[in-house]
Structures are given as structure tokens and as C-alpha cells.
Write a protein that binds this ligand. Structure first.
Ligand code: TRP
Length: 332
């Protein structure tokens, strides 16, 4: 029989900020689903993190529901991996406060994401934006995660999490597992269709630069058709061909074809044919996700049952960690 205890624990979370993109899917979420058998996974919608920038209540509520439903639609299986809303497990806020007192002002000040965001939102540099990384540390440390699948942009936050955990362990006694970043074996870094030197991002004003997981087939095909390429008119992976490289990487992630196979498939053909095939491949990849999403999002009772179930499972673990931490600090 399989011994669950020997599986490594994985934790990751995603912010409910608007439409999730093809980049989120191929670069992160697909991988979450692939990790479910090998690891003991927990996944959350990081809805507490979302309010470091001002959110409209009705819109936020929609985005949280939609993000949760999308996690299920892409294949996160609540029977295997608890999936929950961060705000439903109060221990996240609780541990975040405690960890704030073991985190230095200077450490938070050095976070590049804080520097970027405080420039972008100069009219609202709130304390939450500043202490965002300690909440993220709490997310991870609550579950004693061994591995955290994250993108490049979150590496510094994970490094800080490790420092906080080590500091706490040194001050008292071993309390937290020291988490490691998990760089997936198969991982597509999906770039903007309009500026392939930049990561595909839903905050890009140019809607042609990104594809939402829930985009309609026609829109997907059109956006790929308009994607920036180069003047060589040859489908091959190479330097100075960032646009084509990006489309090849997407095509490969969607079909499983290697770069050599793609080059062979499109030898002697122009970008028109290639783009049409890439568009189709994306549509076919997203079709089952969209179908499942449409079923789930209208089933309120099912969603609510799963919110509760996920939060219960998460809370069960989180509670133990918080109790341990409080005992060590000296609370009565
Ligand atoms: N900050 C992460 C992001 O914006 C989301 C996140 C919140 C997260 N808590 C986490 C990721 C814990 C990994 C682990 O992408």
C-alpha cells in the first residue's frame, strides 16, 4: 500500500486578479494538476493578497469564485488536493501577524515586487503591500510545505520565507519545514503575443497580447494571427526569433510535439499556416477546460460544498502549526 506520509508536501496559491491567461495555465496551473499524484498538494486562491490594491467588492467576489472554479476546471482534484480560499482559513492572517514580528523592515524594503508596486500604485502604498511577503510566508509555512511551485517573480519572496522560517527555528527550536522552490520539468514560459520579450500578462492594456483561458475560439485564433513574428518566414527556434519561439513553445505545450517535430511539420510553409495551427491547438487545449468551467460556475451548491470542504482540510493542518508556534513564543 502507498504510504502517504512519505510524499512531499506541496503548497501553491494564485491571486484572483481578473482573467487567468494561457500563460497561467501552461506555465503554472497545468503543472499543479500534474503534481497531484506524486505529491501531497494543497492549493489556494490567495484572496487576502488581492486587497493590497483597491478592489471593487462585487468584482472581487466574482473573481474569487471564478478563479476557484477555474482551478477545478483545469483539473485540480479536490479528492486528491485540498483546494480552498485563503480568506476562509483564519490561520493565514494569524500566522502572518506572528511572522511580521520575525521579519525585518529592511528585508521587506528590499523586495523588488514591493518597489515596483509602490511605484505603480504611488497613491496607495499601504502597509499590506509592504507586508505581503509575510502573508505569503504564512501561507507556505502553515502547511509545512517542502516544495513550492512558483514563477521567477516569486523567487525572492520564497527566499524571504526560508529566512523567516530559519530565523524562527533558530530562535526557538525546529518548528517550520524549510520550503524549496519547485521548478517543474515541463513548464512553458508564455510570452506576450505583441512583445515576446515580456511575459504574457493579463494586466497588459493591449488585449491582443494575451489569451485568457476563457477566451472564445474566434478570439484566440484572431489573437494568434496577429501575433508578432519576424520577416524570415521560417518556422524554426532561434535567436532574434522571440515571437516564433514563443508560438513554438505554446504549440509544443499544447500538442506535446518537440521543436524538431514542429520545424519538420512546417518546413516550407509560411507563418500563416503555422499561426492557424497554433490557434487551433490552443482552442483544442482550452476547450475541455472551458466546458468544465461552464458546468462548475453555474453550480453554486457544488462550489459552496467545495469551499467548505477545502477550508476544513486546510484548517486541520494550519491549526496545528499555529498552536505550535504560539506555544513556542510563550502564549498562555
Ligand atoms: N504571491 C503569489 C503571486 O502573486 C501568490 C501566492 C500567495 C503564493 N501565496 C503564495 C504563491 C504561497 C506560492 C505560495 O503569484
Amino acid at each position: 500500500m502507498e504510504n502517504v506520509e512519505t510524499k512531499k508536501r506541496v503548497f501553491s496559491a494564485i491571486q484572483p486578479s481578473g482573467m487567468l491567461t494561457l500563460g497561467n495555465y501552461l506555465g503554472a496551473l497545468k503543472n499543479w494538476t500534474l503534481m497531484q499524484d506524486e505529491f501531497d498538494c494543497l492549493y489556494a486562491v490567495a484572496d487576502l493578497h488581492a486587497i493590497t490594491v483597491r478592489q471593487e467588492p462585487a468584482k472581487l467576489r466574482e473573481q474569487i469564485r471564478s478563479t476557484f472554479a477555474l482551478l477545478l476546471a483545469v483539473g485540480v482534484d479536490p479528492e486528491k488536493s485540498p483546494v480552498f480560499l485563503q480568506s476562509h482559513v483564519a490561520e493565514h492572517s494569524q500566522l502572518a501577524w506572528l511572522l511580521n514580528c520575525y521579519t525585518q523592515y529592511g528585508e521587506l524594503q528590499r523586495m523588488t515586487q514591493f518597489k515596483d508596486k509602490s511605484q505603480k500604485h504611488a497613491d496607495n502604498i499601504n502597509a499590506g503591500l509592504f507586508t505581503y511577503p509575510t502573508l505569503m510566508a504564512a501561507d507556505i509555512l502553515l502547511y509545512q510545505a517542502d516544495l513550492v511551485p512558483i514563477g521567477q517573480d516569486q523567487k525572492q519572496h520564497l527566499e524571504l520565507t526560508r529566512n523567516i522560517a530559519e530565523r524562527f527555528n533558530m530562535t526557538y527550536s525546529p518548528t517550520f519545514t524549510i520550503p524549496e522552490p519547485y521548478i517543474p520539468k515541463v513548464c512553458a514560459r508564455v510570452m506576450s503575443l505583441q512583445d515576446p520579450t515580456k511575459k504574457m500578462s493579463k494586466s497588459d492594456e493591449n488585449v491582443n497580447s494575451w489569451i485568457a483561458i476563457l477566451d472564445k475560439p474566434d478570439d484566440i485564433i484572431r489573437k494568434v494571427k496577429r501575433a508578432v513574428t519576424d520577416s524570415e518566414a521560417c518556422v524554426r527556434y532561434g535567436e532574434g526569433k522571440e515571437g516564433v519561439n514563443n508560438l513554438m513553445s505554446i504549440y509544443s505545450a499544447c500538442t506535446g510535439a518537440t521543436y524538431e517535430q514542429i520545424e519538420a511539420e512546417f518546413a516550407g510553409k509560411g507563418y500563416g499556416d503555422f499561426k492557424a495551427a497554433v490557434g487551433e491547438a490552443i482552442v483544442e487545449t482550452l476547450r475541455p477546460v472551458q466546458e468544465r468551467y461552464n458546468q462548475i460556475i453555474t453550480d453554486k451548491a457544488y462550489l459552496e460544498e467545495l469551499y467548505a470542504k477545502g477550508a476544513d482540510s486546510a484548517r486541520h493542518i494550519a491549526r496545528k502549526t499555529v498552536a505550535k508556534v504560539m506555544r513556542k513564543i510563550g502564549y498562555v
